[in-house]
Design a protein. Structure first.
Ligand SMILES: C[S@@+](CC[C@H](N)C(=O)[O-])C[C@H]1O[C@@H](n2cnc3c(N)ncnc32)[C@H](O)[C@@H]1O
Length: 227
């Protein structure tokens, strides 16, 4: 994917949010508040990075969309005839996702669920999509998230993550969304999944046409964890 021209820090871009220190109902409420007006990541269609994966046939089987928001990526999968579940903690977003599904005549399941507790879903998946969730997780939550991710993926299952990069102007590591370094990603996922590719990518937003500098990670669950 082409690199965008250097973009100024987009004011009001997907964060910072007060996510860091809240938990339980308070976290849900704060995430929900981000949908009181359309948030900048709500572009009304899937991210180009994920559309390209779908066109390549990389997304298949039963799909989990973590931090699904208003469901564009889950609904893209539903449109491909895939069995898909989206999880989020923002009820406004989940309601909007269900409404989009109805209006588009698509079948997808949208569940209020904490993406840091994936094993509590009690299901396994062939593909996990993550557009903008991982970069919201506190660094301390990352290892448990990756453990759960590995647990819910079937052998050979794949994880695709689009998240903020440290190439995006701002203070790396300081706020949500975290500007992820290559090392953040290889450290978190490398021991648990096989990293197939980790490439610069663009996160599209409504605030400008160049988007945000991100990473697109593609990883696979091998039968045994990588050495
Ligand atoms: C940047 S938005 C991206 C939404 C959607 N994936 C998209 O691409 O439009 C991140 C989403 O993650 C959700 N989120 C953040 N922390 C979460 C958690 N612990 N569990 C579930 N969802 C979470 C937020 O409510 C928000 O909808």
């Amino acid at each position: 994917m082409p690199e965008p021209a250097e973009a100024p820090e987009p004011s009001g871009a997907p964060g910072p949010s007060p996510r860091d220190h809240a938990e339980g109902p308070e976290l849900s409420r704060r995430l929900d508040d981000r949908y009181a007006t359309p948030p900048p990541w709500e572009i009304g269609r899937p991210q180009q990075a994920f559309l390209a994966l779908a066109r390549r046939g990389a997304i298949g089987g039963t799909v989990l969309d973590v931090g699904c928001g208003t469901g564009e990526h889950a609904l893209m999968c539903a449109g491909l005839g895939l069995d898909v579940t989206g999880v989020d903690l923002a009820d406004r977003a989940l309601d909007a996702a269900r409404d989009k599904a109805r209006r588009r005549g698509l079948t997808a399941r949208f569940v209020h669920h904490d993406a840091r507790r994936l094993t509590a879903l009690g299901e396994r998946f062939d593909t996990v999509l993550d557009s903008g969730l991982f970069h919201m997780l506190a660094p301390l939550d990352r290892p448990a998230f990756a453990d759960d991710l590995r647990a819910v993926l079937r052998p050979g299952g794949r994880y695709f993550m689009l998240g903020f990069s440290d190439r995006q102007p701002g203070t790396p590591g300081a706020t949500v969304p975290y500007r992820l370094t290559r090392d953040d990603l290889t450290t978190t996922f490398g021991g648990r999944l096989r990293i197939d590719s980790l490439e610069p990518a663009t996160i599209e937003i409504t605030l400008n046409t160049v988007g945000i500098k991100g990473w697109l990670l593609a990883a696979t669950k091998a039968s045994a964890p990588p050495a």
